[in-house]
Every structure is written in structure tokens, then in C-alpha cells.
Ligand binder design. Structure first.
Ligand SMILES: NC(=O)c1ccc[n+]([C@@H]2O[C@H](COP(=O)([O-])OP(=O)(O)OC[C@H]3O[C@@H](n4cnc5c(N)ncnc54)[C@H](OP(=O)(O)O)[C@@H]3O)[C@@H](O)[C@H]2O)c1
Length: 98
């Protein structure tokens, strides 16, 4: 039996996040993505074959209040949230080695 999951992907507009969003949508899941840039979300959504199953909203996920507000909104939009994937971030470990 196939079940549809409702998944929040924080960082879904990034390289890793996009790959995860595409995978989830391809298996029939519904996905919610918080974004800081409308353009970034539009680039994610454009061209996705299952874009109807993708929902996004502006959010400040670096604060507890902002992340909580997005989770509440995503749960209301999707009818609940089954899983959260956090792939937001930046790589800061590439400094010079002496
Ligand atoms: N790519 C790899 O091969 C790889 C390998 C190992 C680990 N990682 C780690 O995985 C994470 C994602 O990598 P990536 O390659 O997908 O990076 P990326 O393409 O630069 O995407 C980063 C994502 O995180 C979001 N983000 C960053 N800071 C944020 C903040 N303060 N609040 C909200 N969203 C924020 C970005 O949103 P905006 O578009 O709004 O900036 C974007 O969606 C990083 O921590 C990276 O170090 C990546």
C-alpha cells in the first residue's frame, strides 16, 4: 500500500533541498518549503512535474517563533506534517589549511 506523506523541507530551495523535494514529489508526497526569497521558490517550483503538491511560504526559520509559525502554517495547508527535513545551511569548513 502506498501512503502519501506530508513533509517540510527546510532549505528546499538549495541544491540538496531541491533534490530531496524532487524525490519526495516523485513518490507522491506533499511538500512544504519555507523560503527567504520568492525568486528562489519560483525557481524551485518552475518545471516540477508535480508542482501542485508543493506549497511554500516566506519564513524566518532561524528563530524558534519563525520556524514554529511556518510549521503551523504548513500543517494547516497540508492537513498535518509527518516529517521535517532540515537541509538549510551553508558550508563554512573550507578555510585554508596551514
Ligand atoms: N551540497 C553538498 O554536497 C553538501 C554536502 C555535505 C553537506 N552539505 C550541507 O548541506 C547544507 C545545504 O547545502 P546545499 O549545497 O544545498 O547549499 P545551498 O545550495 O547553498 O542551499 C542552502 C539552502 O539553505 C537555505 N538557508 C541558508 N541559510 C539560511 C537561513 N539562515 N535561514 C533560512 N534558510 C537558509 C538557503 O536559502 P536561501 O536560498 O534563502 O539562501 C538554501 O535553501 C549546507 O549546510 C551544506 O554545508 C552540502
Amino acid at each position: 500500500m502506498t501512503t502519501t506523506s506530508r513533509v517540510v523541507v527546510a532549505g528546499g530551495t538549495g541544491a540538496l533541498g531541491r533534490a530531496l523535494v524532487e524525490l519526495l514529489l516523485a513518490q507522491g508526497d506533499r511538500v512544504a518549503v519555507p523560503f527567504r526569497s520568492r525568486g528562489g521558490f519560483d525557481r524551485l517550483r518552475d518545471g516540477l512535474p508535480a508542482a501542485d503538491a508543493l506549497w511554500g511560504a516566506p519564513a524566518e526559520i532561524s528563530t524558534t517563533a519563525g520556524a514554529g509559525a511556518f510549521l503551523d502554517a504548513a500543517a494547516a495547508e497540508l492537513g498535518g506534517v509527518d516529517a521535517v527535513a532540515v537541509v538549510a545551511g551553508a558550508y563554512a569548513g573550507s578555510g585554508p589549511v596551514d
